[in-house]
Design a protein around this ligand. Structure first.
Ligand code: NAD
Ligand code: DAU
Length: 332
């Protein structure tokens, strides 16, 4: 791994792994990012200019992707349209970026014989009942619910087909819900934290009992690096940190942090097709690759993340009104 191409490296998780790769490897990193509304160049500040290069471009454009993949020895593919609510409003960019974009990268990796890692999501496995004792494993059936998760599931299938049919040297990781600094305000935790900072009430979809399995984005990055360094070609690894919490529990922790009443909540229109529960069994990654999360205490990680948003209002404030306007239009 001398030259790594990171797609979506100006996004929430992609920028985290760029910092992680610079800190923990000697590689040169090229970021390919279209700089959509979700990107943040501030998240890449402070990186050494002789080791990190930014190329602004679209992963669905073969003429952009081809030369960059040829120059790299490893491609780590994070770029995606990532927000479920947006995919329900307009699936078009999800199909183009998540499916056509992944296809375009796979064809370039095949042409140049490059190592490929595909970053995917636990949502490809659909959802679990609240009282189900099972968690997702690598053998769970694909059963996506939303246009977003269906587009990610489709991209996983493309990667698997390129491995089997063309011998592409590829791996896949399916991670649970990430939290941490630099996450876009449209996502659950940043939205609720900034709503409370602004003196408003958090908004829970439906009955608020839906469960997500939270992992700090630093731990997602260390898992992807472990797979790049020690993962078996052709394998899928589930990434999770045993962080199952209901949305209600998370919002109450945020309200407690600010000294507000834990009942200060508005219940709003549910997300159509809203997945009930995600839960990850990451045993294969832990025992097979000796990976372990550092942020195993979700409450401590959440407190630090809340404090980051308090300290970094200059970053999120210019984005806040547009995000709330789009939620207001949806009655959420
Ligand atoms: P994000 O929305 O914060 O960032 C996505 C980045 O991709 C942005 O910088 C954007 O500009 C870029 N991008 C979008 N379309 C592009 C295109 N056509 N060409 C080039 N760049 C493009 O997303 P995120 O939350 O950081 O997620 C990153 C990846 O991790 C995604 O593949 C997502 O499916 C996966 N994932 C996310 C989570 C999570 O909790 N956020 C969990 C598991 C997996
Ligand atoms: O599980 C991994 C996935 O996690 C990733 O693949 C996605 O890219 C990422 O966006 C995330 O998807 P979710 O749909 O789970 O995340 P979101 O932050 O949109 O919502 C988390 C939960 O909170 C979900 O149950 C919906 C709920 N929610 C969300 C918002 C924004 C609310 O109750 N109120 C809100 O205002």
């Amino acid at each position: 791994m001398d030259r790594i191409l990171v797609t979506g490296g100006a996004g929430f998780i992609g920028s985290n792994i760029v910092h992680h790769l610079i800190a923990h490897t000697d590689a040169h990193v090229t970021v390919l990012d279209k700089l959509t509304y979700a990107a943040s160049l501030e998240s890449l500040a402070g990186l050494p200019s002789d080791r990190v290069e930014l190329v602004v471009g679209d992963i669905a454009e073969p003429d952009v992707v081809g030369p960059l993949v040829r120059e790299a020895d490893t491609v780590v593919h994070f770029a995606a349209e990532s927000h479920n609510d947006n995919s329900l409003e307009d699936p078009v960019p999800f199909i183009r970026t998540n499916l056509v974009g992944t296809f375009t990268l796979l064809e370039a990796a095949r042409a140049h014989g490059r190592r490929f890692h595909h970053v995917s999501t636990d949502e490809v496995y659909g959802d679990l009942e609240l009282d189900d004792s099972q968690r997702f494993t690598e053998d769970s059936p694909y059963r996506p619910s939303s246009p977003y998760s269906a587009s990610k599931a489709g991209s996983d299938h493309l990667v698997r087909a390129w491995i089997r049919s063309f011998g592409l040297r590829a791996t896949i990781s399916c991670c649970s819900n990430n939290y941490g600094p630099w996450q876009h305000l449209e996502k659950f935790i940043p939205r609720q934290v900034t709503e409370v900072i602004d003196g408003r009430r958090p908004r829970l979809y439906g009955d608020g009992r839906n469960v997500r399995d939270w992992i700090h984005t630093d731990d997602h990055s260390s898992a992807v690096l472990a797979i790049l360094e020690r993962g078996a070609i052709g394998e899928t690894y589930l990434v999770g940190a045993d962080g199952e919490r209901s949305n209600l529990e998370v919002v109450r922790a945020i309200l407690r942090h600010f000294g507000r009443s834990e009942d200060d909540i508005d219940f709003v229109r549910d997300r159509p097709g809203h997945d009930r529960r995600y839960a990850i069994d990451s045993g294969k990654l832990r025992s097979g690759l000796d990976w372990h999360p550092i942020h195993s205490d979700f409450e401590a990680g959440l407190q630090a993340t809340i404090e980051w948003y308090v300290a970094n209002e200059a970053w999120w404030r210019p984005r806040k009104d547009a995000v709330e306007a789009s939620y207001a239009a949806r009655g959420q």
